[in-house]
Design a protein around this ligand. Structure first.
Ligand code: KG4
Ligand code: ZN
Length: 349
């Protein structure tokens, strides 16, 4: 087994022969497969399920069936695009949680079956950890320790990442996640799902200063978030909103709402960086794809070495799963074949 060197400064180099790792991701509504070899992504296939659009959110049973329908062909497409053969795979990394029980099962059962057929190890991966480590794909020179703002559809957390397998939770949301705030806000505004990109598009032509939506915990030192009041405030605002008045446009509403989420995120991130005295920071997860968040973070954290995963590695993907799987396998870690899915899996603290 190759030996992973947990260097103090970074993870970018490790010993041993290169490994071809297949990654499989089915924690929610993206069916994804990717191949990673020696830290490089050779293929990255993602199919975002469209069947949920008319429901305004993910329907778990439909999502599981869709994964089952697509997995085989996506995995073989990933192998083909990577230019490798199935028999040259040395491990399969698959998301074991957190996520929807049924959708996780689809990916884990498929991966276990394939791994057993090929007689190679399977590695159960924590989806949150994979999001955080996706930052190394864009920035292989990223060094520990760093602060990570993890903002997705299910999580809003600030982590101090001291080293691989050494993580401290600095704060998180008390209620809705930032991505959830985007999704629920979009629903109130009559936009499609997922809501983040829809609100971002509309907000481009709006003035973010038009409406002063509530921003929780801005006046305290607590590293905590709360977005449920913001969403309710938008709901009440829209009850009385009449665009034909001519003063405020729907674009202004979207821009103000987006701005309220982003300001809180960056403010709390800044506080964490001050508390920890850490000068390196990454923002990861689906909401990290938001361009306004990226711009504002760069503006408001000029002293900080700030990086984001590439856009395709922010939202759910299997490249981040394969990448972390390779790191884990090189560190000597595999999962027993009877491991189960963990819908509420936390990141080890
Ligand atoms: O990481 P992710 O793909 O799935 C989870 O692990 O939850 O994140 C999905 C979330 C959704 O809530 C979606 O609305 C949000 O990320 N999102 C965005 C953008 N793209 C995706 N939010 C704001 N702006 C975006 N451009
Ligand atoms: Zn995710």
């Amino acid at each position: 087994m190759a030996k992973f060197i947990a260097q103090k400064r970074g993870i970018s180099r490790y010993e041993g022969n290169k490994l071809n790792i297949l990654g499989v991701e089915t924690s929610c509504d993206e069916t994804a497969a990717a191949v990673c070899t020696n830290g490089s992504i050779l293929s990255n296939i993602i199919s975002s399920q469209k069947i949920h659009q008319s429901f305004g959110g993910v329907v778990p049973e439909l999502a599981s069936r869709e994964h089952e329908r697509l997995l085989n062909s996506l995995v073989f497409q990933a192998i083909e695009e990577a230019g490798i053969s199935l028999s040259s795979l040395e491990g399969i990394a698959v998301t074991k949680g957190p996520g929807l029980a049924g959708t996780l099962l689809a990916g884990v059962c498929f991966s276990k079956g394939l791994a057993q057929g090929l007689r190679i190890p399977v590695i159960g991966i924590n989806h949150l950890e994979a999001h955080i480590f996706a930052s190394f794909l864009e920035n292989p020179n990223l060094t520990f320790p760093f602060v990570c703002l993890l903002v997705s559809g299910g999580h809003t957390q600030v982590w101090l990442i001291n080293e691989i397998d050494n993580y401290e939770l600095m704060g998180e949301t008390r209620d809705d996640a930032a991505g959830e705030a985007f999704d629920k806000g979009a629903r109130i505004l009559g936009l499609g799902y997922p809501g983040g990109p829809e609100i971002e598009k509309l907000a481009r032509n709006g003035n973010p200063k038009t409406i002063d939506f509530p921003k929780s915990f801005m006046k305290t030192n607590a590293i905590e978030f709360s977005f449920s009041g913001l969403k309710t405030s938008l709901l009440y605002y829209m009850d009385h909103f009449d665009e034909s008045d001519g003063n405020i446009s729907i674009e202004d509403v979207a821009a103000s709402y987006q701005n309220a989420i982003i300001e809180v995120l960056i403010h709390k991130l800044k506080q964490t960086l001050e508390i920890t005295h850490v000068k390196t920071c990454v923002i990861a997860g689906g909401v990290a794809a938001n361009n306004q968040l990226r711009q504002k973070a760069h503006q408001m954290l000029p002293e900080i070495s700030l990086s984001f995963p590439g856009l395709v590695y922010c939202t759910d993907n299997a490249a981040m799963v394969a990448f972390l799987g390779e790191l884990k396998l090189k560190a000597g870690y595999t999962s027993p074949i009877n491991f189960g899915v963990k819908p509420n899996l936390q990141l080890q603290v």
